[in-house]
Design a protein around this ligand. Sequence first.
Ligand code: PLP
Length: 387
Amino acid sequence: MKFSKRLDLFGDEIFAALNERRMQLQAQGKKIYNMSVGTPDFHTPDHIKAALQEAAADDDNWKYSLRDLPELLQAVCDYYKRRFDVEITPDMVMTVYGSQEGMGHLGMALCDEGDTVLLPDPCYPVFAAGSKMGGAVPYYYPLTAENDFLPNVKEIPEDVAKKAKYIVVSLPSNPVGSIAKPGLYEEIIAFAEKYDMLVIHDNAYSDIIFDGAYGGSFLAAPGAKEVGVEFFSLSKSFNVTGARISFLIGRPDVIAALRKLRSQIDFGMFLPIQKAAIAALTGPFESVKEQCKMYEARRDALCNGLRSIGWDLPNGKGTMFVWAKIPGGRTDSMAFCMELMEKAGVIVTPGSSFGPHGEGYVRFALVLPPEKIGEVIAAIKDAGLGC
Ligand SMILES: Cc1ncc(COP(=O)(O)O)c(C=O)c1O
């Protein structure tokens, strides 16, 4: 049978080779430090688990939900006001099964064959996957060290901007760890207004931001609600990655478009998960702040440690990742990842998997405590992979 051409849009699983070798090394008893996965190792707060358990005990909550609970939509609106000082109304909010799924389907709801979309390079891979599934052709705008890994819309050629349907922006940024600087969102909004395009902001890491910086919402910028939507994920702030809780928030016509597409293939989020989301949004916030400090301590341990053995990298400013230039003049990130795993037992993600401008870099996930990160640094040094 001939499967859809759509599958040809996607390359082979680049992690398969890394994974296979990891399992062999583990079977041989080699000590492995896995810093490639983007899944937090912190606990899910008890009040969120309790809300889910209580709701799951009620048979009624096992039926098709068919809609987003009005109290959940209101909880998101209240949270946005309290946390980001952004006024939104329930018609500007919908649930998605994680920003990953939402981004995938949004591309299908917005794009037609041959449309142009603007994506960061490097970027979280579903930005490209979702756009391509909608038939769009991505134009990648580079995030480079020279520009602090931030979008520079002035560099996007006018003929490309004129035909672009949307631009995806995501700060704090995975994988590069950059954060918005003052005036940046305003610049992007003016650009979107000028060329009549939508801004899709992916806000997954506003609560993991360092050195006293403020993690806000794109929708707080003047004019943002007219040109944009924002994915707001609970995954990383509340350690609920497996529960798949995120929201698309912003322009009601875009929300309605995605809702129309998804209603053809979906009957709504499991009610106990909706109740757990309400508990997260209305419950205590202290643990989220504490967790941010712990991520910062890990960032410090990793960045200082790598510099102490000769790597050249700035401090990541946000997210649960650190973006590091490969040492010693090497450029092939996949080959370096293999070497790092073989010789040091440290697993990281090759930068090339996030786009062409990711080549020459690797991404570390901050999923180990500082003392273990100390062991990682020692292992890299002992393997001769410092500078
Ligand atoms: C930039 C970015 N967006 C979205 C996600 C995924 O969020 P969700 O769990 O809501 O799909 C991640 C997870 O790593 C991410 O890094």
